[in-house]
Design a binder for this molecule. Structure first.
Ligand SMILES: Cc1ncc(COP(=O)(O)O)c(C=O)c1O
Length: 423
């Protein structure tokens, strides 16, 4: 790609990083031309959901305009076409995560459903009274509550590995909490509230050394990092399509084949069976055993287009560009007097959570919105993280590869304006 005035190079040898043309990439996202309160949209809420390239929007349209039919059930052409895309997209998700087998990819509505699926199937089967589930102090509510519900039902205990003042997992403490009673460790790959990247490979090695399986919540990782589940060695990996430039209502759960095969189904209904009588139902093979009912077919079309798009832009290019943009943004924001950044891990992706002295996060967000700047304010579905840092809420600016230095400058100017208003 050609270099533009907005090209940012990561702080490594320039020749080792492909130039990244953010101006051109922005053209692929129709919403980025939108005006908000009369100002150009500056979208910095990518950790909540990311924007969709034209190709994703077109793929959804293609399903409804040309291929609309149910999958797996029809002998007619439209159903065959829809089924073909539904299954070819599964193979794309497989390649995206580098899973060994397409049967290891289960479509779900999103990360939340994936985590609940594992809790209600694997968890219910393997967790007994007195057992433990280990999570970390930086988890999103969706990687806390399903385990709490399971523990409550089974009389098991939820253990929480602490984080340090930078927002990094304290690995020695995590290791100490892996006990003979631990049935599963469930950890975020990347924290949505802090941006911390966890050393998943090390975590998996520690847990596997004790025969404990590991589930990784990858919701915030896959939009920013190349993920290889075989290299990580994890047993389960979950992500949401809408955070990876795809549609809402679709995501994937990766599970090692032997684990998925041994797990009971999640929901009962059509498609998840191979035969039904009133006396006995024989379940379908994986992954269909976990995909009851008519799935989100249009969303699968969109997800496939999103993964193709990411492949086209290149996750390596994205990671380098975002790394440099995060460094730039951190520098710009932390030098504003009265700003405290929450989450300063050495390994981070593009999240800057901060508080502003004496000004509530919601007020900051509201004033920034008037400037066309979309940030998230609140607890980010990670209340225990807020408690850990002693704040009720933060302002979170979260980056994607279509954000620019100019937008970061506008954010910094916006924060100065907030300060002037409350001055
Ligand atoms: C780390 C993390 N896990 C899980 C989720 C839940 O994802 P979803 O709401 O798409 O199911 C989120 C969403 O923000 C997240 O950031």
């Amino acid at each position: 790609m050609a270099t533009t005035h907005e090209t940012i190079q990561a702080p490594v040898r320039a020749s080792s990083i492909p130039a990244f043309d953010v101006k051109r990439v922005r053209e692929d996202f129709p919403i980025l031309k939108e005006k908000v309160h009369g100002k150009p949209l500056i979208y910095l809420d990518n950790a909540a959901t990311s924007q969709k390239p034209e190709k994703v929007i077109q793929a959804i349209l293609r399903f409804y305009a040309h291929d609309c039919a149910n999958v797996h059930r029809g002998v007619h052409l439209l159903s065959e076409r829809a089924t073909e895309v539904y299954e070819s997209a599964r193979r794309k998700v497989q390649r995206f995560l580098n899973a060994a087998d397409a049967r290891e990819i289960v479509y779900v509505r999103g990360t939340t459903e994936a985590l609940n699926l594992v809790a209600q199937t694997f968890g219910r089967r393997h967790v007994q009274a007195g057992d433990e589930i280990l999570i970390t102090a930086m988890e999103h509510h969706s990687n806390i509550v399903p385990w709490q519900m399971l523990c409550e039902e089974k009389g098991a205990t939820l253990r929480v590995a602490p984080i340090n003042d930078r927002g990094e997992l304290i690995l020695e403490e995590f290791e100490k909490l892996l006990s003979a009673r631990t049935r599963l460790a469930a950890v975020a790959h990347v924290s949505n509230a802090l941006g911390t990247v966890n050393p998943v490979r090390q975590i998996v090695q520690m847990a596997h050394a004790r025969g404990i399986p590991v589930l990784v919540d990858g919701a915030q990782a896959v939009p920013h990092l190349k993920v290889d589940v075989q290299e990580l060695g994890c047993d389960f990996y979950a992500f949401s399509g809408h955070k990876v430039f795809g549609p809402t209502g679709i995501g994937a759960l990766y599970g090692k084949l032997e684990l998925l095969e041994a797990m009971p189904p999640f929901q009962g209904g059509g498609d998840m069976i191979s035969s039904v009588t009133f006396e006995k139902t024989i379940y379908n093979v994986v992954p269909y055993k976990f995909e009851a009912g008519t799935p989100d077919i249009a969303e699968v079309y969109g997800l496939e287009a999103a993964l193709d798009y990411l492949h086209h832009v290149g996750l390596g290019n994205i990671a380098s560009y975002e790394h440099a943009l995060l460094a730039y943004a951190t520098e710009a924001i932390q030098q504003i007097p009265g700003v405290r950044i929450i989450g300063t891990a050495r390994e981070k992706t593009g999240v800057i959570s901060f508080v502003l002295d004496g000004i509530h996060a919601h007020d900051v967000g509201t004033i920034l919105d008037r400037e066309g700047i979309a940030v998230r304010t609140g607890h980010h579905c990670a209340q225990p993280v807020m408690d850990r840092f002693g704040v009720p809420a933060t302002v979170r600016a979260s980056l994607a590869f279509y954000n620019t230095k100019q937008e970061i400058n506008a954010l910094a100017a916006g924060i100065q304006r907030v300060k002037a208003v409350f001055g």
